[in-house]
Design a protein around this ligand. Structure first.
Ligand code: DGT
Ligand code: CA
Ligand code: CA
Ligand code: ZN
Length: 580
């Protein structure tokens, strides 16, 4: 799916046009970007079938640009705009709170062209004097420059994983490739990826090298040897490929999956056993004979331990547990029975309730919960009481029509500044599931943010807290929050915390999940899908849950509908108190 890159491209053009003060075009490009982002079809399919101009908001000019981008991975128009613009829009735009309008002001008043200029000016206290910014904005700009430095060049797992799978699929079409698999941080399902590592087995490595470096999606070849090559894909991510022999595929997979610390300990254990472990296999030190190598299972076994799932290989105590046969049985990728957060056309999603239900059924779900925004969150087309009642009728109709999937009516309600939900309790009561979330006030103090969430959990109708820390990978750090206090309150009030699978969110994070599981908090893995295709994000959340050592019983939506609803409602009333 190229929908996101295409929509980002159009927004980028709009940013430059804004600098050029071409507001008519800015609006056109922004509108087109929004249409494509929300499109449930694959834009490449639409393009192949020459239907681009049939999409709302897409005329001949924009269609031509999309065509060039999908054909070549580049866009000359954008390159030209970049050359003409004196400032680094891309770099500056990555700083949170700095949009095109601010960039223009910064340039006009302080001649700021780069992030380095901005940092200098902020440190000198010059930003606070610009109209509309002030000292708090200046402080936040400095903080987000630090953050951007840290996350630069890492890509959210959701995007890297699709690219990696695309490469595997392409390699699979070459008959000389016997086996191919993903390694590295992508296989460990880490939330962001530096580069993609792929291993393949073949008797004809030279052919594989040629094929790999000439794949249609390759933008640059960075290195090419006899059995190793690195390329940069058109979407910007680097892929390393190594070709090796079938007999040592397991040992190589183990080595290149990592992480490095996990590998180092395994090597030490091998030495203690008179063995030697490397990417080429596990060998007997005395005889030099290969003791294991074809599969990872075989290597772990020879090292005297149980097989360790890739998501756990982070040197977090997993090796000792494997030696003592005490590893938890992680929640499986096929164990989720339903999805409890998604949006439809009723608020800011782009598919109907029925379309979401059909797509979920195809994925094997037994139930879904529609959680369109309610309350006063104006930006997201939130539902009022009247529309909630109408939606209930539509859900009933869909339930009557479809078999094999049950649709629940829920809501994602905003948590107000004072910690109360942005909707009357008498309305909230009518939903099957109420999800509450923070969408504002990201600069609250830790104390205030923590109190606010706990207050929301104490509401008798709030069942789940969505994306509890509010972070956006590469865009926004979490608001400060005392998670231990939140976990305590979750248990006390019987509130469930969400693992949000949306690629930019992935919230709770892996180490939060681990702490929540330890604390005995119940979790739900949801996609927060805004179109039917995004229901596939579920595996990203499952990966995060597995990285947090969560088991089936920790996750409420591994249960059947009745069991799941029982957990939601029973745990809420079991807290013994009804809060007002
Ligand atoms: P990334 O790409 O930054 O998201 O993280 P990884 O874990 O994919 O790291 P990468 O691509 O540098 O290397 C892939 C794996 O190869 C890594 O997890 C472990 C293994 N590896 C790489 N360099 C070394 C090394 O110097 N020593 C050892 N023991 N293993 C290494
Ligand atoms: Ca890597
Ligand atoms: Ca690598
Ligand atoms: Zn939300």
């Amino acid at each position: 799916m190229k929908n996101l890159p295409v929509s980002e491209l159009l927004n980028e053009i709009a940013d430059y046009l804004e600098f050029a003060d071409d507001m008519y075009r800015v609006r056109a490009y922004r509108k087109a970007a929004l249409v494509i982002e929300g499109l449930s079809e694959d834009i490449e399919q639409v393009w192949k079938e020459k239907r681009l101009e049939e999409l709302p908001g897409i005329g001949e000019g924009i269609a031509k640009k999309i065509d060039e981008f999908l054909r070549t991975g580049k866009l000359r128009h954008l390159e030209k705009l970049k050359k003409k613009t004196p400032v680094d829009m891309e770099g500056l735009g990555r700083i949170e709170g700095v949009g095109p309008k601010t960039i223009i002001k910064l340039y006009k008043e302080l001649r700021i062209k780069t992030v380095a200029d901005l940092e200098k000016a902020a440190k000198k206290g010059k930003i606070r004097n610009i109209e509309g910014l002030g000292p708090i904005a200046e402080h936040n700009i400095l903080k987000s420059i630090e953050f951007a430095k840290k996350t630069k060049d890492r890509i959210p797992l959701g995007f890297a994983l699709s690219s990696a799978e695309e490469v595997i699929k392409t390699l699979g079409t070459l008959k000389e490739v016997d086996n191919a698999g993903i390694a590295g941080s992508t296989r460990r399902m880490k939330e962001t990826i530096g580069d993609i590592d792929i291993l393949a087995t073949s008797k004809a490595p030279a052919k594989v090298m040629d094929f790999f470096t000439k794949m249609p999606n390759v933008a640059d070849v960075l290195a090419k040897g006899e059995t190793k090559a690195s390329v940069r894909l058109k979407e910007g991510i680097q892929v390393d490929l190594r070709v090796l022999d079938d007999r040592i595929f397991g040992a190589a997979l183990l080595y290149f999956t990592g992480n490095k610390e996990h590998n180092i300990i395994l090597r030490r254990i091998a030495v203690e056993k008179g063995l030697k472990l490397s990417e080429y296999g596990l060998f007997d030190r005395k005889t030099g004979r290969l003791a294991a190598g074809r599969t990872e299972e075989e290597v772990y076994k020879k090292l005297g331990m149980d097989y360790i799932e890739p998501e756990m290989r982070e040197d977090e105590g997993e090796i000792e547990m494997a030696q003592h046969h005490m590893l938890p049985k992680l929640v499986g990728y096929d164990e989720i029975k339903g999805d409890l957060q998604m949006h439809t056309k009723w608020s800011d999603g782009s598919n109907s309730i029925e379309e979401m239900a059909l797509a979920a059924k195809k994925l094997g779900h037994e139930y879904i919960c529609i959680t369109d925004h309610t309350g006063k969150l104006a930006i997201a087309n939130a539902l009022d009481e009247k529309r909630i009642a109408r939606q209930k009728k539509e859900i009933a109709k869909v339930n009557k029509k479809l078999i094999g999937i049950k649709v629940l009516q829920g809501t994602e309600v905003n948590i107000k500044d004072d910690g109360t939900p942005d909707m009357d309790n008498k309305v909230l009561k009518q939903f099957d599931i109420v999800i509450a979330a923070i969408h504002s006030g990201f600069k609250n103090t830790k104390e205030k943010a923590t109190k606010r969430i706990i207050k929301a959990m104490e509401n008798e109708n709030v069942d789940i807290i969505a994306h509890p820390t509010g972070r956006l990978i590469t865009k926004r750090e979490s608001y400060e929050i005392d998670l231990d206090a939140v976990f305590d309150a979750a248990k006390r009030t019987g509130t469930i915390l969400e693992i949000n699978s949306y690629p930019e969110r992935m919230d709770l994070r892996d180490f939060h999940v681990r702490a929540a599981v330890k604390a005995g908090v119940k979790l739900a893995i949801n996609t927060d899908a805004h179109n039917a295709d995004q229901l596939k994000f579920m595996r990203l959340g499952i990966g995060t849950a597995r990285r947090g050592w969560a088991t089936k019983k920790d996750i409420i939506n591994t249960r059947s509908l009745k069991g799941m609803m029982g957990m939601v409602k029973k745990s809420k009333s079991k807290s013994g108190k009804i809060f007002k």
